[in-house]
Design a protein around this ligand. Structure first.
Ligand SMILES: Cc1cc2nc3c(=O)[nH]c(=O)nc-3n(C[C@H](O)[C@H](O)[C@H](O)COP(=O)(O)O)c2cc1C
Length: 182
């Protein structure tokens, strides 16, 4: 399987890094992160170093394979997705590789999952999300979770990662499902 992961300049960069780790077990991950994501990662104590099998692309690399719909992917995820990137994707503005990859996912029809991290949401944020949902994107904010009995932030991260993997059709045991034996 082939996936694209974009990490943008919102808090919660760890979610993107953890997703890359999970997806690397299933296939090739193409990854790009913005300069703002890099500085937020530093502030949040997250290391943006990846093993060789992860193909890391500069956000400027608009000639990368994932820029073209002829390069097939099984899913595209932007996590975390800043409101800036979300707005540009909603507006069809492909000013970097991450925005272009999202645009390609929408036109080609494979899963596009956006994990926007902002609160509260203003009307512009909400309208951009509606526009993207209408175009076929999955909007998956990393909300607080309770029913699976989280004991730490890593448990909550595992839950949102599992929800992303569910939408990508990837098997996982990151959280117990409602109705499962504890
Ligand atoms: C420390 C820090 C944390 C930020 N957190 C968020 C956030 O959680 N959500 C968001 O939408 N923007 C956040 N921003 C603002 C974005 O980084 C800013 O809009 C930036 O232009 C996004 O660029 P990018 O989408 O190209 O990465 C944050 C900025 C800083 C400096």
């Amino acid at each position: 399987m082939d996936f694209f992961v974009g990490i943008t300049g919102a808090s919660g960069v760890r979610l993107g890094v953890r997703l890359v780790e999970e997806l690397s077990c299933w296939g090739t991950v193409h990854l790009s992160f913005t300069s703002r994501a890099r500085s937020i990662a530093e502030g949040e104590g997250v290391d943006l170093a990846f093993p060789d099998q992860v193909k890391v692309w500069s956000p400027e690399a608009l000639d990368a394979p994932v820029s073209s719909g002829s390069f097939r992917l099984d899913g595209t995820v932007i996590v975390p997705c800043s409101m800036g990137t979300l707005g540009r994707v909603a507006g069809g503005v492909s000013s970097n590789l991450i925005e272009r990859a999202a645009d390609v996912a929408l036109k080609e029809g494979w899963p596009l999952i956006l994990v926007p991290r902002e609160t509260p949401l203003n009307l512009v944020h909400l309208e951009n999300m509606v526009r993207l949902a209408r175009a076929g994107a999955v909007i998956m904010p990393p909300v607080l979770t309770y029913y699976h009995g989280p004991r730490c932030i890593e448990d909550m991260e595992a839950f949102i990662l599992g929800k992303i993997l569910d939408r990508l059709g990837v098997t996982h045991t990151l959280f117990g499902r409602w109705g499962d034996e504890p």
